[in-house]
Design a protein around this ligand. Structure first.
Ligand code: URA
Length: 302
């Protein structure tokens, strides 16, 4: 019998149950690996071996940055790479950036591919911040607080994101903040609890965020967490295997980093430093000033 990651994982859980364990906690790394296996299995492919992503405690890999292809000036970038063309097409209206975003907002409200799934809640949460920005941050999906306030990243993860932006010398109204999925994923008897979107939910909402990117035309995108990274880039991988370099989305550099909620769960300065190193790389690439003090944030004390 072949050992697949799923069968090995089930075997491991069985062994825990036999030993009387009734609760097991998952690190963000483990969640990422499981998400990757799940996505790969759904596509009928071979899952990564459990050992392929680097361990969260290993030093962050710092491979050479990959050159980012920039489309020649004046050419509209092809929105979707050929292999990732979504089935639903959207034609943006003529007009200002605000007109186009309003069109997308209205469209998202009754977005049939998402509605037809019947697995997402009704309230649509679009985006916040400044569309005339060079920096776009993309998260996963709204949670309880975002649904109540109809604004991305206003709960505890949002507070953490605000702190990260502040450390970069930025504020929410200087960047554009959006989510890959525009509705809070539903759960039975749901109260304040949230769940991550499924690959179907991500796929259904993908055309909206891709068109937001086309309208904003940012100089840089930060993918917050594995859901946004895998959904946007169409690559399989954990955050730890995707961070540490720039990816390319139709000429726009994309930096993948851990989701702010990961930092809420892990108080380890080493994990904070990893996110911070991603932000330093973004700042350098965008030509933002970086002080010596900023360079030293979250370095382990000797
Ligand atoms: N997490 C996200 O990914 N997005 C939000 O808007 C809130 C929490």
């Amino acid at each position: 019998m072949t050992s697949t990651p799923n069968s090995l994982f089930r075997h491991y859980l069985d062994s825990l149950i036999q030993r009387g364990t009734t609760r097991a906690s998952l690190t963000e790394e483990a969640r990422d690996v499981l998400r990757t296996w799940y996505l790969t299995a759904k596509k009928g492919g071979r899952a990564h071996s459990p050992s392929s992503p680097s361990s969260p405690s290993s030093p962050s890999p710092r491979p050479e940055p990959e050159p980012v292809k920039t489309p020649p000036p004046g050419t509209a970038p092809e929105l979707f790479p050929e292999e990732r063309k979504p089935s639903s097409s959207i034609t943006l209206p003529e007009g200002t950036m605000e007109d186009k975003l309003q069109y997308l907002r209205d469209l998202a409200q009754n977005w049939k591919p998402a509605r037809d799934l019947n697995s997402l809640r009704d309230t649509m949460v679009f985006a916040t911040g400044n569309p005339h920005t060079q920096l776009m941050l993309i998260g996963e999906a709204p949670g309880y607080y975002e649904e109540v306030q109809r604004e991305p990243f206003v709960g505890r993860a949002g507070e953490k994101l605000n702190q990260i932006l502040k450390a970069m010398g930025l504020s929410r109204d200087m960047v554009y903040i959006s989510n890959i999925v525009k509705f809070r994923p539903a759960l039975p008897n749901q109260r304040t609890n949230n769940r991550a979107p499924t690959p179907e939910e991500i796929e259904a909402c993908l055309p909206i965020i891709m068109h937001e990117i086309q309208v904003i035309q940012p100089k840089m995108i930060i993918a917050l967490g594995g859901t946004a990274a895998v959904g946007l880039l169409g690559e399989q991988g954990s955050v730890s295997s995707m961070r540490g370099r720039f990816h390319d989305l139709n000429g726009i550099p994309v930096r993948v980093t851990y989701h702010p909620s990961y930092l809420l769960r892990s108080d380890n300065p080493r994990e904070k430093r990893k996110v911070w190193e991603d932000m330093l790389a973004v700042m350098e690439r965008m030509g933002m000033p970086v002080s010596e003090k900023q360079r030293g944030y979250f370095l382990p004390r000797e």
